[in-house]
Design a protein around this ligand. Structure first.
Ligand code: TPP
Ligand code: MG
Length: 595
């Protein structure tokens, strides 16, 4: 750190007279904030003005939804706060979708929401809306600065709570409260480690694992948040237990490890499903076992109904919520893994007796799935075969395989919501944590690109890739402006199949191919990227996929973003919501042909 930066990052000590803007900015510094995403606005201009003197970079974006997604990606890759700010009223309502997404991604995002001035609330002036109720169900905590003298206290509390509760928080500030001079003391941040759970529950979990004949671990997102990657490996090796990744968390266990069997969930690994199906004890480490992530897949209801379930989570509210648990441990995934390993290391383990036999079963499941995946070149349902036959473009699975082969080490990949993005779940393997950034359970199209921009800002040395469908691209490509203006280099792998494919699949499966609102006529997205000041390349053949990806990584190092427009057939993998759709039934005469 050079002297000027060091001086900027020094926080004022003890009680001092300062303006509210200064108290606000000093509290950001004390909380370690170095980057804030947003769109400029008069509501907080007095504080924004002094960001540079505090060593805070303001990253101006194209749309506030992008700012909040960037804050999410930034937080997920760094484990630090992601921060966004906007103009009262419309700037703030633009945050909503992205904050809901951050909520389900358990991201410590701080949404700073300046609001209408305190003296005009309720008068229906300019840019007024009641900003607290809007976020009440999608934040872990809401701080409202009800008096300017509480600026430092409440700002600090919002930041502390985001990390303590692992989720987005809102800091709502009437815009006139940025002005005025008071005596403030900047609070010291609360950073406290989580515990390893109660000793009785740990003893019970250790007993169950010691007596298990086929223990299987599910490594969930909590493993990442707890920085528990290594302790999970150690526990798995001690038990010689195979490890499944929970849905969209393919980075919770190294894919190259012999005990790794791959992800559960939609378009996950059949090896993981076959292995967990044989378990007599399942240890869910840092997972809420979200209902969408444990649905039957490939026509296989793999969840082992008779297995004992041990669930470990730092959030008490998710314990036993979705799956009935036999043993619950309320604790940090890393600390619990360490505590269990300490309890088990000198014990006789029932699963040692059949180690060789289990190794054989695990390897067989992995080999079978890997062979199947290698020979699975295209979707085989009648509709897919039909549309692919007429196409000169790439089969999505083959294209995804080429991307996987060309993926550099330390890559970070975000995935959007869409058919090809979900099929990608089978082709995304990681060997280090904080590498995969799925759109998680809020499931909003338009998530992946801005999120990856935030990831790249937090981890500039890592190659960054966003997987996005052409429909979702329409929601999010405005942030190419941010990349070009701020010289941020990421790669967009844009899957162009000229359709909102995931929804079209429902038309095929349930609505007799009555296509409505799903076919897309696209411009050249590669040309659009160039017009925005980024790189754009169109790829129609498999042999060009790897070279284009590698070229884009070079551009990233020079702060340039590339859109690789990958032309794909219209074939479609298994649908998302088979679980939630019903065969249509029409009773009125005029709708009879819509069966
Ligand atoms: C914001 C938002 N709007 C609508 C949906 C519903 N939806 C889910 S998947 C999907 C289609 C995605 O199409 P595309 O991005 O082109 O990917 P593809 O399925 O073709 O691979 C839609 C519209 C959604 N998830 N999020
Ligand atoms: Mg599409």
């Amino acid at each position: 750190m050079n002297k000027a930066v060091e001086a900027a990052r020094m926080v004022v000590q003890g009680k001092q007279r300062m303006t509210s803007s200064e108290a606000f900015v000093e509290t950001l510094v004390s909380q370690g904030v170095t980057d804030v995403f947003g769109i400029v606005g008069s509501a907080y201009m007095d504080a924004l003005d002094i960001f540079p003197a505090a060593g805070i970079r303001f990253i101006p974006v194209a749309h506030e939804q992008g700012a909040a997604h960037m804050a999410d990606g930034y937080a997920r890759v760094s484990g630090r706060h992601g921060v966004c700010i906007g103009q009262n009223g419309p700037g703030i309502t633009n945050f909503v979708t992205a904050i809901a997404a951050a909520y389900w991604a358990h991201s410590p995002v701080v949404a700073i929401t300046p609001e209408t001035g305190s003296m005009t609330i309720g008068l229906g002036g300019f840019q007024e809306t009641d900003q607290l109720p809007i976020f009440s169900k999608i934040t872990k905590f809401q701080a409202h600065v009800n008096n300017p003298k509480r600026m430092a206290e409440l700002t600090a509390r919002a930041f502390d709570r985001a990390l303590l509760e692992m989720g987005p928080v809102q800091l709502n500030i009437p815009r006139d409260y940025f002005y005025g001079e008071y005596d403030y003391e900047i609070p010291t941040p609360i950073r406290v480690e989580r515990g390893s759970g109660g000793s009785a529950s740990l003893d019970a979990a250790a007993d169950a694992l010691a007596n298990a004949k086929f223990p299987v671990i599910i490594a969930g997102g909590g493993v990442i948040m707890a920085n528990g990657f290594d302790s999970t490996i150690a526990l798995a090796e001690l038990l010689n237990a195979p490890v499944c990744n929970s849905y969209l968390h393919n980075d919770t266990f190294p894919a190259k490890h012999r005990l790794a069997v791959g992800p559960l969930g939609y378009h996950g690994s059949k090896a993981a499903m076959n292995v967990i199906n044989q378990a007599d004890v399942v240890l869910a480490l840092g997972s809420r076992l979200g209902p969408f992530g444990v649905l039957p897949q490939y026509g296989f209801d793999y969840w082992p109904k008779d297995a004992k379930l041990i669930q470990v989570d730092a959030d008490a509210k998710v314990l036993g919520l979705v799956k009935k648990t036999d043993i619950t441990v309320w604790g940090d995934a890393k600390e619990v893994a360490l505590a269990l390993a300490a309890r088990l290391k000198d014990r006789r383990l029932a699963c040692s007796d059949n180690k060789a036999e289990r190794d054989g079963r695990i390897q067989a499941a992995k080999d079978t799935w890997s062979m199947e995946l290698r020979s699975w070149d295209a979707e085989t349902d009648a509709w897919s075969r039909d549309v692919a036959k007429e196409s000169k473009y790439m089969h999505p699975r083959q294209m995804l395989r080429e991307l996987e082969k060309a993926m550099p080490e330390h890559a970070m990949v975000s995935t959007d919501i869409g058919n090809i993005c979900q099929v990608a779940n089978s082709y995304l393997r990681f060997n280090e944590p904080r590498s995969m950034f799925g759109a998680m359970m809020f499931g909003n199209c338009g998530y992946a690109f801005p999120t990856m921009i935030g990831c790249k800002l937090a981890a500039p040395d890592r190659p960054a890739f966003a997987y996005v469908g052409d429909g979702a691209w329409g929601i999010s490509f405005n942030e190419l402006l941010t990349c070009a203006r701020e010289k941020i280099g990421v790669t967009v792998c844009l899957f162009n199949n000229e359709q909102w494919g995931a929804e079209k699949k429902n038309h095929v499966d349930f609505y007799s191919n009555r296509f409505l609102g799903v076919n897309l006529e696209n411009p050249s997205f590669a040309a659009i990227a160039k017009a925005f000041g980024c790189e754009g390349v169109r790829v129609d053949t498999l042999s060009d996929v790897g070279p284009a990806l590698r070229e884009s990584v070079k551009a990233q190092q020079e702060g340039r973003t590339t859109v690789i427009e990958l032309m794909c057939t219209k074939e479609l993998g298994d649908p998302f919501r088979r679980d939630a759709l019903q065969v249509p039934k029409r009773t009125l005469a005029k709708y009879q042909s819509f069966q």
